[in-house]
Write a protein that binds this ligand. Structure first.
Ligand SMILES: Cc1ncc(COP(=O)(O)O)c(C=O)c1O
Length: 395
């Protein structure tokens, strides 16, 4: 954090234009992820789901650390291949086109997650035309109930995966097709789970389901169980983050007990990998009171950082004081006040934090949003209103 604040001071010394930037602590990214990889049980591998943040610098920093990358489109396949010819790629997501399946094969994707029986047929048909056998995992939409989390992709009706009740038919189908090799099962069921014990129980449950299908269908040669992503980031209480040490402490024995032999457990985390290295910094352009509320207006907004509005939450931030003041009139300021932090867009939905108490904020200070490295810039509608993009600074 201190490095980020120093960087803001430096930027403000050198530039008159209002500051607006994503700033990444690349050292933190490498250390954070290396430690996670090092402490995983031996039968586990960590992939990075690049949808969380597919900036080239982030991918390059993670290349030597993670086992591979999880992608959800041909565009993402190409982003990965632009930084590495050979790092393993696993490719998932509903509604794959033939072009994407062909592109995945051309780009030596290691595994495709099949999201429906017809997708299994199409993958097999395309592989057969190339004289190839494509390794696949069947993505399962479990019956549930599953633990609570901010987003649930399975355990309830969604467009994701193959309904658990249809998995036996999908296994028989894959077994009947020479040009696909069923390598296991994929269970990305939720996003932003903050409870490590629940996460262990979830992975254990995936192991039990996998073991049952192995036994029923004689799948002794499958290699993978993909437990998906979904490890959470606590935006409401940034000091109380997901208990990784507890996860790995419990996971080892849980896998020994429940994981079928010779099955490698894959994790494909996005948020948990990238969130904590990224900051969105935006300068206060104006302060005003409307209808009894204090509005702090930033150079920037939800077109750069859509996460808080998409989750209807106040994103955690701190005020970074900036002493520079170039105008001949006094600075407007608020002290011991509740503020609503908004952007420059023409919609009342352009809110990043609502009614948050601060000890002080002035026009010209910088609001620094924490935990902004995942699903920040990547999910935002950058060109709405055609404001300039933020700078992207990789420390
Ligand atoms: C298939 C799949 N895997 C992994 C992820 C990454 O999830 P998270 O960022 O919650 O770890 C996602 C996110 O939507 C996903 O759809």
């Amino acid at each position: 954090m201190n490095r980020i604040i120093e960087q803001i001071a430096l930027l403000k010394e050198n530039h008159r234009r209002p500051l607006c930037a994503y700033i990444y602590d690349m050292e933190h990214l490498s250390e954070h992820v290396s430690r996670r990889v090092r402490t995983l049980p031996p039968s586990c591998r960590l992939f990075y789901a690049i949808k969380a943040n597919s900036e080239e610098e982030i991918l390059r920093a993670l290349l030597p650390v993670v086992e591979g990358f999880e992608v959800a489109s041909l565009g993402e396949v190409k982003k990965v291949r632009a930084v590495s010819r050979d790092i393993p790629i696993i490719f998932g997501g509903p509604g794959k086109t033939d072009e994407e399946i062909e592109g995945a094969m051309d780009n030596r994707v290691s595994l495709i997650h099949a999201e429906s029986a017809d997708e299994v047929r199409r993958i097999a048909w395309i592989a057969a035309q190339r004289g190839k056998v494509m390794p696949i995992l069947l993505r399962v939409n479990l019956q549930g109930p599953l633990p609570d989390a901010t987003l649930a992709m399975a355990g309830r009706p969604t467009q994701f995966g193959i309904d658990e009740s249809q998995i036996p038919d999908a296994i028989r189908l894959a077994q009947s097709l020479d040009s696909v090799k069923l390598e296991g099962f994929h269970f990305h069921s939720l996003s932003n789970n903050l409870d490590a014990e629940k996460h262990v129980r979830l992975v254990q449950y995936y192991c039990e389901r996998t073991a049952a299908w192995i036994e029923e269908f004689g799948l002794e040669d499958i290699s993978y169980l993909n437990a998906g992503g979904g490890i959470g980031v606590n935006y409401a209480e940034p000091e109380a983050q997901f208990d990784w040490d507890l996860l790995v402490e419990r996971l080892g024995p849980a896998l020994k007990e429940k994981c079928p032999p010779n099955v490698t457990v894959l994790f494909e985390c996005g948020r948990y990998v990238a969130a904590s290295c990224g900051y969105y910094a935006a300068e206060v352009l104006d302060i005003k009171q409307n209808h009894g509320k204090n509005y702090v207006i930033l150079r920037g907004g939800t077109h750069h950082f859509r996460l808080p509005v998409s989750w209807q939450m106040s994103h955690p931030f701190r005020v970074v004081p900036v002493e520079r003041w170039d105008y001949p009139f006094p600075r407007r300021e608020l002290n011991d006040a509740e503020i609503t932090v908004v952007g420059q867009l023409c919609t009342p939905k352009d809110v990043l934090a609502k009614d948050v108490p601060v000890s002080g904020v002035r026009v010209g200070d910088v609001i620094l949003f924490l935990l902004a490295g995942a699903y920040g810039w990547a999910i935002s509608h950058h060109d709405f209103l055609s404001h300039p993009h933020p700078d992207h600074i990789y420390l």
